[in-house]
Design a protein around this ligand. Structure first.
Ligand SMILES: [Zn+2]
Length: 175
């Protein structure tokens, strides 16, 4: 087998192994009732987070990981109707379907937070460029990045590009 064939095989095997890994984990992307809103900062040890979160949530929230574009969490996000988005680690209210928009980027996108004091912005130089990192102000968990002035027809023209795996969706109560 040539090197090229080997590379193709490896490229095919990696996403498959990731899929198999995700399928074993329970679906924690949605809840029927809102989690309790934290009343102060949530501080836990690395071992405690590791136990509480799925491996994908842990990688995103505690190690600033990025889920694959157009992944399972994004497919769920696209189907979700009205409701609120909470931090998957601490339950803090972060975003709402009111500010959700279709950016086409492959990750959940919002033009504004639902509760601004729960969303912290900081400058991130990790990829050799300057970006605005978005974290949960309550537990410090990494959520994604914010991009400004891309020309989206929204009230802010800001795109909070958020990992679906960092969010727990709670549908709005039916009237
Ligand atoms: Zn949090």
């Amino acid at each position: 087998m040539g090197m090229n064939a080997l590379r193709i095989l490896m490229a095919l095997a990696l996403p498959l192994s990731l899929l198999a890994c995700q399928a074993r984990e329970p679906n924690k992307h949605a809840m029927q009732t809102p989690p309790p809103e934290p009343t102060g900062p949530v501080v836990k040890t690395d071992a405690e987070w590791k136990q509480q979160l799925s491996s994908e949530q842990y990688r995103i929230l505690r190690h600033a990981g990025t889920e694959a574009a157009h992944g399972a969490a994004y497919e769920e996000f696209k189907k979700q109707g009205q409701g609120t988005y909470h931090c998957a680690a601490c339950g803090a209210l972060l975003f709402s379907s009111e500010q959700k928009f279709d950016s086409g980027c492959g990750w959940p996108s919002f033009y504004d937070p639902a509760k601004a004091q729960n969303v912290k912005l900081s400058t991130d130089y990790s990829m050799g460029t300057q970006r605005t990192e978005v974290t949960c102000a309550i537990c410090g968990g990494h959520l994604g990045h914010r991009f400004d002035g891309e020309g989206f027809n929204t009230p802010t023209d800001q795109r909070y590009c958020i990992n679906g795996g960092a969010l727990t969706f709670v549908p709005a109560p039916k009237p």
